[in-house]
Design a protein around this ligand. Structure first.
Ligand SMILES: Nc1ncnc2c1ncn2[C@@H]1O[C@H](COP(=O)(O)OP(=O)(O)O)[C@@H](O)[C@H]1O
Ligand SMILES: [Mg+2]
Length: 342
């Protein structure tokens, strides 16, 4: 499969600050890659370079087969971009906004109107089509912004933090829309601070921090990198914990963790589902009754913490404080992960 996006050694400095520090990236045609990183990691800078809005200090990039630096004008009609800085006009209606985009692409009056109607329908905005955008909810604005990026039917799409700031319902809604979109074969580079967003939407994940790639792979590969799965078992009696520990030693891929108060034993393992079957067999053979059993895959939050040594959320001050519990949650998770790795 040819690559729809190729970036090699992209560097962008703002004075002393290095926003991109030799970023390499490839996105095969028809696939979705998530550029995952905390606030300030360089995601928007990368998207701006790849969409011709910003000239890098070093490196090269090709999008849809076109050299981004040499032929920016030729590239413009082949890409769509939307996200963090919504390009919608507050005082125009949804319909007028999309129609205007069509006209900017020289699509002609008739075709522009048709396309606007089509997209409003597809993004469930038909009912709001003739209302000014200033009355739209956050989720509706994002959908309109996304629709705007699709007016010219670009084969390559860039979405910069498409769901940041949306409530959970609007986020799920937008995920559905994005999934439909990529099912149609569009190549997508998506930036996000949300591990579950990358997990849900992307074929491949590129984790960046301080303008550099710190890991790449599928969600599963990244999770495995952190140490695979964890089996959590509750036994019938606290006295059986030591027996269980002995029986499961051979399966463990790291240190076994005991919580006597909960009668619980946590075992890090390589292949979770197979190990789970084996564990139950071994415990039965040792005459240990199992009350409850669970398999926990490490979250992408665990991945980020392990790779960078800091919580992803600690950067996202605005986001975290909006629900008032971001910091506390982050601290809790930090403890949970550290506890299990010891
Ligand atoms: N126009 C600018 N002038 C100076 N510094 C900038 C500018 N744009 C971005 N930066 C800095 O570059 C770094 C990367 O920013 P950005 O690409 O916006 O990160 P992200 O989108 O991942 O949050 C940050 O430290 C940011 O403060
Ligand atoms: Mg950004």
């Amino acid at each position: 499969m040819p690559d729809a996006i190729v970036a090699e050694g992209l560097v962008k400095r703002y004075g002393q600050l290095v926003a991109l520090d030799g970023l390499d990236l490839t996105v095969p045609e028809g696939t979705v890659t998530a550029l995952l990183g905390p606030n300030g990691a360089g995601k928007t800078t990368a998207v701006r370079v790849l969409t011709t809005l910003l000239v890098p200090d070093a490196g090269r990039a090709t999008v849809a087969g076109i050299d981004v630096l040499r032929h920016p004008q030729a590239l413009k009609s082949r890409i769509g971009a939307s996200g963090q800085y919504a390009a919608v006009d507050e005082y125009l209606t949804g319909f007028e906004n999309l129609e205007m985009v069509g006209r900017l692409y020289h699509m002609g009056v008739q075709r522009s109107k048709e396309r606007a109607r089509e997209l409003l329908e597809r993004f469930r905005l038909s009912d709001a089509a003739d209302r000014p955008v200033r009355g739209y909810s956050g989720g509706m604005r994002r959908r309109l912004d996304l629709a705007g990026a699709l007016v010219a039917n670009p084969p390559v799409l860039f979405l910069d933090e498409p769901t940041t700031g949306l409530d959970p319902r609007a986020r799920l809604d937008l995920w559905d829309v994005i999934e439909e979109l990529v099912a149609g074969g569009t190549t997508l580079l998506l930036t996000t601070q949300y591990m579950e967003e990358a997990d849900r939407l992307a074929d491949a994940i590129v984790v960046i921090d301080h303008g550099k790639v710190i890991a790449r792979g599928t969600a599963d590969e990244l999770k495995t990198m952190v140490g695979g799965d964890r089996i959590e078992l509750t036994v019938d009696h606290v006295d059986k914990l030591a027996i269980a520990e002995g029986a499961l030693q051979g399966l463990a891929d790291g240190e076994i963790h005991l919580e006597p108060g909960m009668r619980r034993i946590t075992v890090p393992v390589g292949n979770g589902s197979q190990a789970l079957v084996d564990a139950i067999g071994l415990l039965a053979a040792s005459d240990v009754q199992v009350r409850d059993v669970g398999l926990r895959r490490p979250s992408l939050d665990d991945v980020f913490l392990r790779l960078t040594g800091h919580e992803a959320e600690q950067y996202a001050a605005g986001e975290a404080s909006s629900n008032g519990s971001g910091g506390a949650k982050a601290a809790e998770r930090l403890e949970a992960t550290e506890g299990k790795s010891r």
